[in-house]
Ligand binder design. Sequence first.
Ligand code: XMP
Length: 512
Amino acid sequence: MKHQGIVILDFGSQYTQLIARRIRESNIYSEILPFNASIEEIMNHNPKGIIFSGGPASVYEPDAPRPNPEVFELGLPILGICYGLQLITDYFGGKVIKAERHEYGRAELEILNHEDLFKDIPNNIHVWMSHGDRVLELPDGFEPIARTYNAPFAAIRNKENKIWGVQFHPEVSHTYLGKEILKNFAINICGIVPDWTMGNFIHEKIEEIKQQVGYKKAICALSGGVDSSVAAVLVHKAIGDNLTCIFVDNGLLRKGEREQVEKTFRDNFHIPLIVVDAKDRFLNALKGVTDPEKKRKIIGNLFIEIFEEEAKKLPDVEFLVQGTLYPDVIESVSVKGPSAVIKTHHNVGGLPEKMNLKLIEPLRELFKDEVRKLGKELGLPDEIVYRQPFPGPGLAIRIIGEVNEKDLEILREADAIVVEEVKKAGLYRDLWQSFAVLLPIKTVGVMGDYRTYEKVIAIRAVESSDGMTADWARLPYELLDKIMRRIINEVEGVNRVVFDITSKPPGTIEWE
Ligand code: XMP
């Protein structure tokens, strides 16, 4: 049985994920489904209320996305946001037209009725608008409950049929008390008890996994990152030693990474762990290869090959644990609105299809920050919980050109210094990524009385919210200076350090 909550039908707004997050922040479960989800699918999620998201379409266009009309017959409270409000207006016979003036940005909302949606909200608040259409006439049975200067029907309701609509976006932070408005809908109107916490998510998930797996066996590919680590610990809580984790040491890891995985999983959590030392195989396969995409392919394929070999040695495995997150799941169902995102990188591409195993994806309902909370709750160390993303091909795509053991050693040391100093400066968690890159050129320097001719390290540090776009981080000069000094003094083979000031686009975060 799923936790009671709110189902959000996605009409393609760039803010749809935010609606789910805001509601979850109030300890109320919520899920996003495609706008045309069947009634059966919707009811499978045990909703006590439904939200229609915004979207880029106009309701008067012939191919405008519409929900299954039966959602209006379910007797569940409905809240339409922006396009959602216009859909409701249109469906019940009101009139929506193109606005003479686009209303975009901040607007002052005057609340006319404080009974339900706006309970305990002040009379006047700032809200965030973003729309090109407006409601001209309300359908029968509806009344305005708030207005702005440009929009007399900025919020409406039909109390008898339990339908509400708002023209503004309560989910964005620019709307004052927007989270409270969503909470009012969920608690006052839908009657949900706000008891969805990480503790009880863990409890429910464990029961669900036990039911799904029973006494059968599962494997998990650990990468050392937060997603696969949290997934593994959670599944281990459910099925105990019927879970085996496999960690492939490809020789392309950061300093101390393998040791930390061994310590955490084997020593602290007592999870059966197989560590495969495959350094030589990877380095051999990468010999002479300089093309970045070729490197990726070789590493990805070899990983799958090794993982399969190990899995075959274990008898009767039927399940594969993966740390898939919610954004990966909804990207694939979201309508092709402005929110459609193109994903190019996948951590463990191709594993499930090839291996014919059933999937366990215990994190597929969670956002990254929720996974971190869960990791903390499960007792994982901060070093894993707050780890910055690290690419599957590892240091191989941070050594420009051919990869060899000696350069890996140089990069590993330099990278460890960057990470250590960034952490000491208290910036590690604010940065999306911060790392070192080894360049395939030598430059002249002078150390003591000697001329040197050695390699160059580039420092890369970026701020980003999802890795799709990024800005270079304005690291303090003192920090850069400290990193430079330490790298040149402590890492043999490097005599110059440079700082990358390219944003994405036009650059990518990784250099290859
Ligand atoms: P780029 O370099 O494309 O990177 O700006 C965006 C994000 O993806 C990570 N990345 C990868 N992750 N396999 C991965 O699992 C890869 O081949 C790969 N390439 C880049 C990168 O670290 C950044 O977070």
